[in-house]
Structure formats: structure tokens, C-alpha cells
Design a protein. Structure first.
Length: 233
């Protein structure tokens, strides 16, 4: 990891090669999902992170072997599609209605003294609307097309994969950007002194939702989609 050429690898490539790097980038506030196309050097410069320190942490990962259960890059495409649905889609579908309720509730109760919560509720309402359709399209159109392409070649299927992935990546940018803004508005989910229990639950759920979204989008943008696009060539 310490050579100059390695520092020019993208953040997405680094995490795809060793998922444990995700926690290092999270601690440094470096986006490894929607911003995964930036080089390590570029990302560290943008965030003001210490490149040498990040490299040292990444180097230390090689001291222990990567668990096969985390080696997503080696997973079969069909299995990866099913894993994303059964793990991340299920989490999103369970959490969206809870967060719609909680974010609106704290906006109504605390919005006078914390006006940023009104914007948070509005942003999450848009995320909810976007992701519901996004997951539906993946499960009903894109993922079935990928599974078909694994077994047989078809110009129509290839065209579907390319067009759907182009749109999906744009939708990822929107959802990731909206969650980034919520993170900023809440000062990284910092609880104010007057936070009630509902306020606490809301921010904790938002933080968990953002963490899951980062992994979810990483698996698609940096592993699933590139492999699927190779099938569509």
C-alpha cells in the first residue's frame, strides 16, 4: 500500500480489495461509496487527512488475513445480488418508515429551537421516496437482468444492465449527498442538551442508516456494477 502507485488507487478499489479499510476511511470522514472513484491521495487532500497515517493504517491490515466472509469482491454475482437484497434492502425497507416518523416527530417538537431538524425531515422524506423506487427497480429489473446475463448473452439484457446502472449510480449520488447534508446539519449526529428520548433514537437511527447506506452503495458501485458492466460488454 505504501508505493506511490498504490496511493493513486481509488478509495473504492482499496475497500473492494479489503473491506476492513472501510472503517479507516469512516474514521477519517472519507467517502468510500459515492466518492469511491477518487484516489487515496486526492481523498486525503480533500479531507485534510494525514496521508502517511492512513497508509500506515492500511498497511497494518495485511498483518492479519482477510476473512472469506468479508471478501465481497470474490463473491458470485448472483449471490452478491441476493445478499444485497436480503441484507441491505431489508434493512432500508424496515428503517425508512421508522425514520420518516421519527424525523418528522422531532421536527414538530424541537423545530422551533433546532430549525435544522425541519430540513432534516424534508431531506429524509426525499430519500425515502427515491430509495423506495430505487430498490424496486433493482429487485424487479436490474438484478434479474444481471442473473440472466450470467447464464446467457442477450443484446436486450446487456442494454438493460447498462441503462439501469447509469440511472442507479445517479440515484446513489442523490441519496448519499442527502445523507451527507443530514450529517452536516446534525453536526455528525451530535445530541443537544435538550434532546429527549425520541431525539436520541432519531439521531442514532440516522447514523445507523448512513453507515448501512455507505456499505450498500459501496457493494453496488465498486463491486457489483463494474462486474455486471463487464458482462454487458
Amino acid at each position: 500500500m505504501s508505493t506511490v502507485s498504490e496511493t493513486e488507487k481509488t478509495i473504492g478499489e482499496i475497500v473492494a480489495n479489503d473491506f476492513r479499510a472501510a472503517s479507516i476511511f469512516k474514521d477519517a470522514a472519507i467517502d468510500f461509496c459515492c466518492g469511491g472513484n477518487k484516489s487515496l491521495t486526492e481523498a486525503c487532500t480533500e479531507k485534510g487527512a494525514d496521508l502517511s497515517n492512513i497508509i500506515q493504517q492500511l498497511d497494518s491490515l495485511s498483518l492479519t488475513p482477510l476473512s472469506s466472509s468479508m471478501n465481497f469482491k470474490e463473491w458470485d454475482l448472483v449471490f452478491l445480488c441476493d445478499y444485497i437484497v436480503n441484507t441491505h434492502h431489508k434493512f432500508v425497507l424496515k428503517t425508512l418508515p421508522e425514520l420518516i416518523y421519527y424525523t418528522q416527530k422531532i421536527a414538530d417538537v424541537h423545530g422551533e429551537h433546532h430549525p435544522e431538524l425541519i430540513e432534516v425531515a424534508g431531506l429524509f422524506s426525499k430519500i425515502n421516496e427515491e430509495l423506495l423506487q430505487h430498490l424496486k427497480n433493482e429487485e424487479e429489473v436490474l438484478f434479474p437482468a444481471i442473473k440472466t446475463a450470467v447464464l446467457s448473452s442477450s443484446p436486450r439484457i446487456k442494454s438493460t444492465i447498462i441503462s439501469e446502472i447509469t440511472r442507479m449510480q445517479s440515484e446513489h449520488e442523490f441519496a448519499g449527498g442527502a445523507m451527507d447534508k443530514i450529517n452536516v446539519l446534525t453536526r455528525n449526529y451530535l445530541l443537544p442538551a435538550d434532546a429527549c428520548n425520541t431525539y436520541r433514537v432519531s439521531l442514532k437511527l440516522l447514523e445507523q442508516f448512513e453507515d448501512d447506506l455507505h456499505i450498500h452503495v459501496h457493494l453496488e458501485n465498486n463491486i457489483l456494477y463494474p462486474k455486471a458492466l463487464k458482462l454487458a460488454q
